[in-house]
Ligand binder design. Structure first.
Ligand code: FAD
Length: 277
């Protein structure tokens, strides 16, 4: 059988163990990368597996199924810490892409410009993968190895993204720069999540995408923010140099490295302002 569309995760991983197949979700990354009119080789279509789709609140974490679409995320009732992820979801492609494209596909495609990744890094996301032999979990930063490279092994499916409740607190924002407003790959994008206590920033999570081989948390900016007054003015104190310390941008058709670096710093300032406001 070249094409299999199971409704059960167990059937999917059993089949995947015996078949060297490509996993297909929304296909919004797979199809544009194909030269021909159809996908070659065996295909495991995961879109009918109910257990892979949707968002649930558990005792100590939030669970996003690997085949949850961007539209599902936009429509879900989630705490303010997820506002940044919702903003990113609204900026992925167009409504049609958001209806088909999944968060698991965005992660597994492992593009440095994947809009979902910076937000998930600020939420301390863990990746759950399932195979015929069981489940394992690893931090998102360990799952993403580099451009188009992940720690997914043959026979494994990204079954869920797990957000610990400890990270699902505070407020967040996502800001993206592209060559136009919609249907655009990011030149740089930034996610910020802050928590407040006693009028000051208690914890800070800042991540920058499209400015290094994979999106990165920026510990220097986070250290600078913690303990500062909860005041939008403080964003002006975040210098280009501080943001650039953790970046390694490239020059490509979309932007020059220096421009990317400066843009990332401006996006960090805007995202901090947005969260505090
Ligand atoms: C017009 C257009 C505009 C776009 N705009 C944006 C944008 O603004 N921002 C952005 O970040 N992306 C954008 N994209 C890319 C794409 O839409 C997203 O990355 C989307 O989230 C991919 O999800 P998918 O379900 O379609 O993945 P698919 O294309 O089905 O799969 C992508 C890869 O992930 C693997 N995979 C998928 N799901 C799993 C799973 N659960 N377990 C293991 N492997 C899996 C597949 O085998 C494949 O290698 C755009 C694409 C198009 C065509």
């Amino acid at each position: 059988m070249d094409y299999f569309r199971p409704t059960d995760l167990k059937d999917a991983v059993d089949w995947l163990a015996d078949n060297d197949a490509r996993i297909a979700a929304g296909c919004t990354d797979i199809y544009p990368a194909e030269a021909g009119p159809s996908l070659g080789g065996a295909v495991l279509d995961i879109t009918a597996i109910a257990g892979l789709r949707g968002i649930s609140e558990e005792a100590d974490h939030w669970r996003l199924g690997g085949a949850t679409t961007w539209t599902d995320i936009i429509r879900a009732d989630l705490p303010p810490a997820f506002d940044g992820l919702k903003q990113a979801a609204r900026e992925v492609g167009s409504v049609q892409i958001q209806n088909a494209g999944t968060i698991g596909g965005n992660i597994c495609n492992a593009s440095p410009a994947a809009d979902g990744v910076p937000c998930l890094l600020t939420l301390d996301a863990e990746i759950e993968v399932t195979s015929k032999t069981g489940r394992r979990r690893l931090a998102l930063d360990e799952f993403l190895l580099g451009p188009r490279e992940t720690a997914l092994k043959p026979g494994e499916i990204l079954s869920a993204i797990v957000i610990p409740k400890s990270a699902a607190s505070g407020h967040s924002a996502f800001v993206k720069l592209g060559a136009r407003k919609y249907l655009v790959i990011s030149i740089a994008m930034v996610a910020v999540r802050l928590t407040e206590a006693g009028g000051k920033i208690e914890t800070a999570a800042v991540a920058v995408g499209a400015c290094s081989a994979k999106a990165q948390r920026n510990a220097d900016v986070e250290r600078e923010l913690i303990g500062q007054p909860w005041d939008a003015e403080l964003a002006a104190e975040i210098s280009d140099e501080l943001v650039a310390s953790s970046l390694n941008p490239i020059t490509d058709t979309r932007a020059e490295a220096g421009y990317r670096s400066h843009a990332a710093a401006e996006l960090v300032r805007r995202a901090v302002r947005a969260v505090v406001a």
